[in-house]
Write a protein that binds this ligand. Structure first.
Ligand SMILES: [Zn+2]
Length: 342
């Protein structure tokens, strides 16, 4: 029997992959039981997300900068260890290759960065009318760094346009705190948005005025933010890799979702349980991983693995997970790059 239902019909987004350049990762820094000499040149994937109800175009992550001189000297020294780095095509060029071509300066309304490592920040100046949304603490991290292993020299203070950038609200800790003693980190503080940035955001997306972190019904994420306010795209708090790290859960259809995992892991074999996060000397007498807090990164991965497992077991929803540096996914999914869709 039909029941009266005053809820609006469900909304969906379309997602297209974008090329964001390539970098080369030594396997031993990323996965356990690695071949000590193996290096893989992997993509830094970005994604175009289109939201038909508002006609807004959003880009998730911006890959590698087209001009490596745009990085600081310390970043360039780090990048020298990630060669070969391929800068073309970058995200702007990838958007322009579509039919219709998208102009990054005019046609992209919003940019979300999963986090602000060099291989995800891309060239923000290409997106000269977009509003940027980043995880809480990101602007402080860009300015002041995050302790000895994440010094400010590894970030660009002026990476993001202050008048067009907002941070997502701070995530309630729920008793889960970064282990600052063991990792000698400095946890960056939230930065309130400039009034101009807030008004540029809410004029495009009124729903942003009520952004808040909540669990999502039926999903194992305690902190999700309903980006468009209609359940079509959730920002998922995914702590551990870097301060402010977020993922996206995009609803493509009634039972069909894609989860954009950023750097929650760099190799899908970790998510599958075949490998673990590599631990290696930090050069200061201790050990580290590629994550700012390895235990927290592992908890985030465990939650994601549960999510995939539960979805597969119950068969109620189809979930595809794509992490930023998955070269195999890229090769198998060329047809899903813009103007193709996932
Ligand atoms: Zn990263």
């Amino acid at each position: 029997m039909a029941t009266p239902d005053s809820k609006p019909p469900p909304a969906y987004v379309t997602v297209s992959a974008l090329d964001g350049g390539h970098l080369t990762l030594p396997e031993r820094l990323f996965v356990t039981d690695a071949d000590p000499d193996k290096r893989s040149t992997v993509p830094s994937l970005a994604f175009l997300i289109q939201h038909p109800p508002t006609n807004l175009n959003l880009v998730f992550d911006l890959g590698v900068k087209r001009d490596l001189n745009g990085y600081t000297a310390a970043q360039r020294a780090h990048i020298a260890q990630r060669q070969p780095v391929l800068v073309s095509p970058d995200v702007a060029a990838s958007l322009r290759t579509g039919n219709p071509p998208l102009d990054p300066a005019r046609d992209v309304d919003l940019v979300i960065l999963s986090h602000v490592h060099w291989d995800h920040v891309g060239t923000p100046s290409d997106f000269s009318t977009a509003t940027f949304a980043v995880g809480s603490g990101t602007l402080d991290l860009l300015k002041n760094g995050g302790g000895p292993l994440y010094p400010s020299e590894l970030f660009n203070d002026d990476e993001l346009p202050a008048q067009r950038t907002v941070e997502f609200p701070p995530v309630p800790s729920g008793g889960v705190e970064y282990d600052t003693e063991e990792h000698e980190t400095r946890v960056p503080e939230p930065t309130p948005a400039a009034p101009a940035a807030l008004s540029s955001l809410t004029s495009k997306l009124p729903a942003a005025a009520s952004w808040a972190w909540h669990p999502i019904d039926g999903f194992p994420f305690p902190h999700a933010l309903d980006f468009f306010g209609d359940g079509s795209l959730y920002v998922i708090d995914t702590p551990g890799h870097l301060y402010g790290h977020v993922n996206l859960l995009a609803r493509l259809g009634d039972r069909s979702y894609v989860y954009l995992g950023g750097d929650c892991c760099h190799d899908p074999r970790i998510l599958a349980g075949d490998k673990d996060i590599a631990i290696y000397p930090d050069g200061k007498g201790g050990v580290r991983s590629v994550h700012v807090d390895t235990a927290m990164a592992r908890r985030t991965l465990d939650r994601l693995a549960d999510f995939i497992h539960d979805a597969a077991k119950e068969g109620e929803v189809d979930i595809e997970v794509v992490v930023a540096h998955d070269g195999v996914w890229k090769e198998q999914n060329r047809h899903r790059f813009w103007p193709g869709t996932l």
